[in-house]
Design a protein around this ligand. Structure first.
Ligand SMILES: C[S@@+](CC[C@H](N)C(=O)[O-])C[C@H]1O[C@@H](n2cnc3c(N)ncnc32)[C@H](O)[C@@H]1O
Length: 162
């Protein structure tokens, strides 16, 4: 329904967390190379990811190839320099969300080239610099999925009493 794109991610446990999140929410995950680690990295494997969590991950050799393969309906770039709150747009199936690398964020040159539909920002306290990448993905993607009434999810059953 939605595509998540990690642009040149650097830290294995972050990508592992996002892989699990995407599998849980039924989202496709795209990793744009170069990665700051090998997919065989034991710190990624240590996340205990199973086949299902690897199955929906695609690795693209560069941004141009990745974008052509994903071909999103709209592209939302998540950046601390965004001017639009992530809660403002009405997301639709086929939208894609682009997140930057942990130490650098999304390069200005990339943002100017791709011209995303919106540059989205997650509100923070004035003295805060940024959120952890995996946390940022979780916040935005669950908002997008919430807007779809958590389509496809099992929302739970009432607990049986004693
Ligand atoms: C650790 S942050 C990068 C920090 C980098 N110094 C910067 O300012 O962009 C990794 C990625 O998480 C996302 N992110 C983190 N905090 C965010 C926020 N408050 N609003 C929007 N995106 C955020 C962005 O995609 C960012 O590129």
């Amino acid at each position: 329904m939605f595509d998540v794109i990690l642009y040149e991610p650097e830290i294995p446990p972050n990508t592992g967390n996002v892989m699990r999140l995407c599998a849980n929410a039924g989202l496709r995950l795209h990793l744009i190379e170069p990665l700051g680690f090998r997919l065989e990295d034991r710190r990624l494997r240590r996340a205990g990811l199973d086949y299902r969590e690897w199955a929906q991950v695609r690795v693209h050799p560069d941004w141009v190839t990745g974008l052509a393969a994903i071909s999103p309906r709209r592209l939302f770039a998540l950046t601390t320099r965004g001017l639009t709150a992530y809660t403002q747009p009405r997301f639709e199936p086929g939208d894609a969300f682009l997140f930057g690398p942990e130490t650098r964020g999304l390069p200005t040159s990339l943002l100017e080239t791709i011209r995303p539909t919106y540059r989205l920002r997650i509100p923070m306290q004035p003295e805060s610099r940024s959120l952890n990448l995996a946390n940022a993905v979780a916040i935005v993607l669950f908002e997008a999925w919430r807007q779809q009434d958590f389509a496809g999810a099992v929302l739970g059953t009432a607990a049986k009493g004693p």
